[in-house]
Write a protein that binds this ligand. Structure first.
Ligand SMILES: [Zn+2]
Length: 317
């Protein structure tokens, strides 16, 4: 555990302390297991080896909002808890054997422990009740821009929290704008300008990476993103302060990572209620020939296999 993080963890008490400590431990574990954004370019520049592994036993199978706003009304199942009708018709088209189930917007938001003054809170799992089998979809980086994926996401009304890195996503930000505005209330969030390992950078350099992307995204999409995810899940005290300075409300991690065929878990061997699932906008060159759609289909099948519903992350924060 990073020294600064341990200080942060030990400064807290009671439930909050347990939550943060668990968050930090899991964050470190998630990092060691999966690495966030192990897309080719950033990894190569860092000289890091991708941590992504695909189980050897597996073989590849086949995977609105109005402009300027990302919060609000078009949640697939908000207030009903019943399957979305569009998905009822679309699921077969996208390789599923049953309609996806969506969690309604919760009547009461879960209690997220507050951060110390001047810092953003770190969230790696949404603290929902133990029997609330809901998970959340997050997609990172932005290298792949497959038009078919836009159709899939729109058909299935997938609420996706995107975390975009400017130097890979900006060649076609319009792609992600379409994804945001497809009626599923997906959102666009910050994943730095250039995908560095923030722990190697000074406070000022971190602030440039985070605030710079806040500015870019605000200018392009009309809203300053509320959420930030550090590349590779790597952060320190300076990150938490810089993110706060840049107007971010939360630092989002994960404890489950979608690989090419299956999930990789930071702890345990199954989804847990409130899990934030990390996936990437990746194409065949990064998925050993599998497409973004194939990867996503498998991910959704795994979610269904385990009896989970899909929630909209922002409805819980
Ligand atoms: Zn990333």
């Amino acid at each position: 555990m990073h020294r600064g993080l341990r200080r942060h963890a030990t400064a807290r008490r009671g439930r909050a302390r347990r939550f943060v400590a668990g968050t930090l431990a899991a964050g470190a574990l998630a990092l060691s297991l999966t690495g966030c954004g192990d897309s080719v370019d950033p990894i190569e520049r860092l000289g890091r080896k991708t941590a992504e592994k695909t189980p050897a036993t597996e073989t590849p199978a086949k995977e609105t909002k109005g402009a300027g706003s990302t919060a609000g009304s078009a949640v697939p199942s908000a207030g009903t808890g019943s399957p979305n009708t569009a998905s009822d018709e679309a699921y077969k088209k996208w390789g599923l054997t049953a309609p996806l189930q969506y969690a309604p917007k919760p009547a009461q938001k879960p209690q997220i422990p507050k951060a110390a003054p001047g810092k953003v809170p770190v969230i790696d799992r949404i603290p929902v009740p133990a029997d609330d089998k809901v998970v959340f979809l997050t997609f990172d980086d932005g290298a792949e821009k497959d038009p078919e994926f836009l159709k899939m996401a729109a058909d299935l009304k997938l609420p996706i929290s995107m975390f975009l890195t400017d130097n890979v996503a900006s060649s076609d930000y319009g792609h992600f704008e379409k994804l945001r505005d497809n009626g599923s209330a997906s959102t666009i969030n910050n994943h730095t300008l250039t995908h560095p390992n923030l722990r190697t950078l000074s406070y000022e350099a971190q602030k440039h990476e985070i605030c710079g992307q806040q500015d870019r995204l605000e200018k392009r999409f009309g809203q300053r993103p509320p959420l930030f995810r550090p590349p590779f899940g790597n952060y320190n005290d300076d990150t938490l302060r810089a993110a706060s300075e840049c107007g971010v409300s939360s630092l989002l991690l994960w404890r489950v990572s979608m690989q090419i065929n299956n999930f990789q878990y930071a702890d345990g061997s199954a989804l847990k209620p409130g899990d934030i699932i990390l996936a990437h906008f990746r194409g065949p060159s990064e998925l050993k020939g599998a497409t973004e759609i194939q990867m996503t289909t498998r991910m959704l099948q795994r979610i269904q296999d385990q009896g989970y519903r899909i929630g909209r992350l922002e409805d819980y924060l």
